[in-house]
Ligand binder design. Structure first.
Ligand SMILES: NC(=O)c1ccc[n+]([C@@H]2O[C@H](COP(=O)([O-])OP(=O)(O)OC[C@H]3O[C@@H](n4cnc5c(N)ncnc54)[C@H](OP(=O)(O)O)[C@@H]3O)[C@@H](O)[C@H]2O)c1
Length: 233
């Protein structure tokens, strides 16, 4: 649990009704949500100071991480950093497209040598995360950069780290009209990680839901507020 964080942290993700964000036996990025879901994500980017993604999402989703209005929030990529040039590829449009460059923190458990760091654009700042969970390091780096809001865009391992640290306050979850299954075949869910017991699990309160029809079925945009068991004491 973080002590008095000043950063307000939300997550945004589109999943099948059974919680899958990446189907089994699929390579690359699978677009589950509709244009309306994408529009919500782009609007949220306009409203946030920073975006965080796990390195696996960064690798599979070649995005510029821009908002609808063209905003470029500070970007955080979280990696264990065993092989930096493969873990956080320079080919990403975040680095190769000059118009997409912005302050980018690469939070890693292993800092690369100076020669490797020099291959990345000057907008990249390497941050060493000494603890098992990088969440406190991310929060500290962003607060030091005058950020007040963070949008975690996934994937499931990274959302779980923020929930485990009791740092996640709002969840924008789009339920897309699919049942994908495949947990034993490599499908990824929007919350992976160590898991919780019913006693320790974050509690959710629905603050908004909006169903709409798409050519593929009914999609529901939901917004949830999270509290944690300690909050109830
Ligand atoms: N539908 C959606 O809305 C949506 C949204 C986001 C992502 N996705 C999809 O979900 C999939 C990725 O999700 P995911 O759960 O597999 O991966 P992820 O959460 O994006 O990233 C996992 C990576 O984060 C790093 N990491 C994990 N724990 C760490 C720790 N304690 N300290 C430091 N680094 C740590 C590791 O990077 P290294 O391997 O580099 O060490 C790990 O491989 C992709 O297919 C993506 O396209 C879908």
């Amino acid at each position: 649990m973080l002590e008095n964080p000043k950063l307000y942290i939300s997550a945004c993700v589109a999943s099948s009704v059974d919680g899958v964000i990446h189907p089994a036996n699929t390579t690359g990025y699978a677009q589950l949500g509709s244009k309306r879901d994408l529009g919500r994500l782009l609007d949220l980017r306009d409203q946030t100071d920073a975006i965080a993604v796990g390195a696996e999402t960064f690798r599979t989703f070649p995005s510029r991480y821009r908002g609808a209005q063209g905003t470029l929030p500070v970007l955080v990529v979280i990696t264990r950093g065993q092989n930096p040039l493969q873990d956080v590829p320079l080919a990403s449009p975040v680095f190769s497209d000059l118009a997409a460059q912005r302050v980018t923190f690469i939070v890693t458990k292993q800092l690369p040598d100076v020669a490797t760091q020099a291959q990345y654009p000057p907008c990249v700042r390497w941050v060493f995360a000494s603890q098992a969970s990088p969440v406190a390091t991310v929060v500290h780096a962003l607060e030091g950069h005058e950020c007040h809001t963070l949008l975690v865009e996934g994937g499931g391992e990274i959302i779980a780290l923020f929930a485990q640290a009791q740092a996640l306050h709002t969840l924008y979850l789009t339920l897309t009209p699919f049942l994908l299954g495949g947990g034993s075949q490599g499908a990824r869910h929007w919350m992976e990680g160590l898991g919780f017991s019913v006693e320790t699990a974050p509690r959710l309160s629905l603050s908004l839901w909006s169903p709409h029809e798409t050519p593929r079925g009914t999609e529901v945009l939901t917004t949830w507020q999270l509290t944690y068991p300690e909050d109830e004491l």
